[in-house]
Design a protein around this ligand. Structure first.
Ligand SMILES: [Zn+2]
Length: 413
C-alpha cells in the first residue's frame, strides 16, 4: 500500500465516522424533540462525564507532611518527622513516596493513578549558632607576658567545622588587671556564637621571676617521659627520689647525667616507718643517699621530708619534725619544702587542675618551688603547658642548690 493509498483510506474512515456521529446526533435530536425531558437527562450525563474527566486530568496525588514545613536543622541536623500520601481516589500510597534531601530542602514526590505526580517540599534552615568550645578556662599571666592560645574550636550542625572562621580579640598585657579574650564565630546563616576567657594580668616582680620545678616520689614508670620532655624543652628540674620502685633506680643516673639535681626523699617513703624515730628516719635517709651515690657518683646534702616539714602523718612520734629539722643542720643537710603546690598528689587530679594550680601559684611570687610528682601521668600531661606558660611569662628555670633558695614549712607536730 502506498502512502497515498493509505492516507486516502484514513480519510475515508474519518469521513465514515463523522457521518455516523452526525447521523447519531440527528437521531438523538429527533428523539429529543419528541421527548424534551430526555434531552435534559442526556446533557446531565454528559456534564457528569465532563466533570469526571476534569477530575482525572486536574487532580494529583496528595502528600501530607508531618512536622514543620520550615524546619530549623541548625541544632541536630535533619530528622524526618514523617509524611503520608494518597492517590486521587484517596488510597494510601505512602510507601511509594521518594524523598530527596538537599542542603536547604527536602523534596517528596510520588506517582499515583495514571502515573500522576504529587510533589511537596519542606524548607530546611539553620536557626542555631555554632558551638564554641574553649580548651582550658580562665587564666593568669604576668604583665608583658605572652598568652599562648590553649585552643578553641567551633562546630555547626549545618555548616560543620567552623574553627577557621573564629575571630579572637587582642589582649593587652601591658596593663595589670582583668581582661577578656572574646571568641566570635558566625555560621553561613549569620547565627553568631561568642565565648570569653578571662585573663588576669598580674604585676611582674622587679627581677626576673624564677621557677624551680621539683618532682617527688620517683623514679617510676613515667620518669623517662618526664626526662625526655625536660630535655626537649631544655629545662632542668630537681628530683627528690625514693626507692619505692627499685627497677627504675637507673633513671636516677639519667636524671643527674642530663643536668638535673637529685636529692633525697627517703628510701622507703613509708610514713609509719620513717617517722617512728629519729634513728629510723636517718637510717632510711642514708640508705637512699647510698643509692644516689651509686647512681650519680656522689652523695647529696639536699632532702625533702615525705609529706613536707609541716606534715601531720609524723605525729605518731610527737615532736619528731622539730627534731629532724634540728638534725638537718647538725648533719649538714638542707631541706626543701615548696610554695607552689600542683595538687597532683590528690587522687583523680587531672592535668587542667594541676596546670591551673601551678600557674596561679607561680604568678604570685618572685621565686617558686613547685611541688609535683613524676609518678603521675596527669602531671606529665600538664607539664608542657606549665613550661610553655613559664617561658611565655619570662620565667627563669633553675634547679635547687645546697646554698640557694629554699622554702621551709612550719612543723605541725
Ligand atoms: Zn612524697
Amino acid at each position: 500500500m502506498t502512502y497515498k493509498e493509505w492516507t486516502k483510506e484514513v480519510r475515508q474512515i474519518v469521513a465514515r465516522i463523522s457521518k455516523m456521529v452526525r447521523e447519531h446526533n440527528k437521531k438523538e435530536k429527533e428523539k429529543d424533540q419528541k421527548n424534551p425531558r430526555r434531552r435534559i437527562v442526556r446533557l446531565a450525563v454528559r456534564a457528569v462525564l465532563l466533570v469526571f474527566l476534569a477530575f482525572l486530568i486536574f487532580s494529583h496525588p496528595k502528600i501530607t507532611l508531618k512536622g514543620a514545613e520550615k524546619m530549623d536543622v541548625g541544632t541536630s541536623g535533619f530528622e524526618e518527622p514523617g509524611y503520608t500520601a494518597t492517590d486521587i481516589f484517596g488510597r494510601d500510597i505512602t510507601k511509594k513516596v521518594k524523598v530527596e534531601k538537599s542542603r536547604d530542602k527536602v523534596t517528596y514526590t510520588v506517582r499515583g493513578f495514571l502515573w500522576k505526580k504529587g510533589k511537596v517540599e519542606r524548607d530546611l534552615y539553620d536557626g542555631t549558632p555554632p558551638e564554641l568550645k574553649l580548651v582550658g578556662g580562665d587564666t593568669v599571666l604576668l604583665k608583658g607576658g605572652t598568652y599562648t592560645e590553649r585552643g578553641v574550636s567551633a562546630t555547626d550542625a549545618y555548616d560543620g567545622d567552623l574553627t577557621d572562621k573564629i575571630v579572637i580579640s587582642e589582649l593587652d598585657t601591658s596593663k595589670v588587671g582583668t581582661q577578656e579574650i572574646t571568641y566570635t564565630v558566625a555560621d553561613h546563616a549569620g547565627n553568631v556564637a561568642t565565648a570569653t576567657r578571662t585573663v588576669t594580668v598580674k604585676k611582674r616582680p622587679a627581677e626576673t621571676p624564677i621557677v624551680y620545678l621539683t618532682f617527688d616520689d620517683g623514679p617510676g614508670p613515667y620518669t623517662q617521659e618526664f626526662l625526655d620532655l625536660l630535655e626537649e624543652e631544655e629545662v632542668l628540674a630537681t628530683f627528690f627520689v625514693t626507692n619505692a620502685a627499685p627497677k627504675y633506680q637507673n633513671l636516677i643516673r639519667t636524671e643527674a647525667a642530663n643536668g638535673n639535681v637529685v636529692a633525697i626523699h627517703t628510701y622507703s617513703h613509708n610514713y609509719s616507718q620513717i617517722y617512728s624515730s629519729e634513728e629510723a628516719f636517718w637510717e632510711d635517709n642514708d640508705a637512699m643517699n647510698e643509692i644516689i651515690e651509686q647512681q650519680t657518683g656522689s652523695k647529696t646534702t639536699m632532702l625533702r621530708f615525705p609529706g613536707g616539714a609541716s606534715n601531720t602523718v609524723s605525729r605518731i612520734t610527737t615532736g619528731i619534725m622539730t627534731q629532724l629539722i634540728a638534725d638537718c643542720e647538725e648533719r649538714g643537710y638542707q631541706y626543701y619544702d615548696w610554695n607552689v603546690s600542683s595538687g597532683d598528689a590528690a587522687t583523680g587530679s587531672y592535668s587542667e587542675a594541676i596546670y591551673n594550680n601551678v600557674i596561679k601559684g607561680m604568678s604570685g611570687q618572685k621565686e617558686s618551688i613547685v611541688l609535683m610528682h613524676d609518678t603521675k601521668q596527669s602531671t606529665l600531661e600538664a607539664l608542657p603547658l606549665i613550661i610553655q606558660w613559664a617561658k611565655d611569662n619570662g620565667y627563669e628555670f633553675k634547679t635547687l642548690s645546697p646554698d640557694g633558695f629554699t622554702v621551709h614549712h612550719t612543723p605541725n607536730n
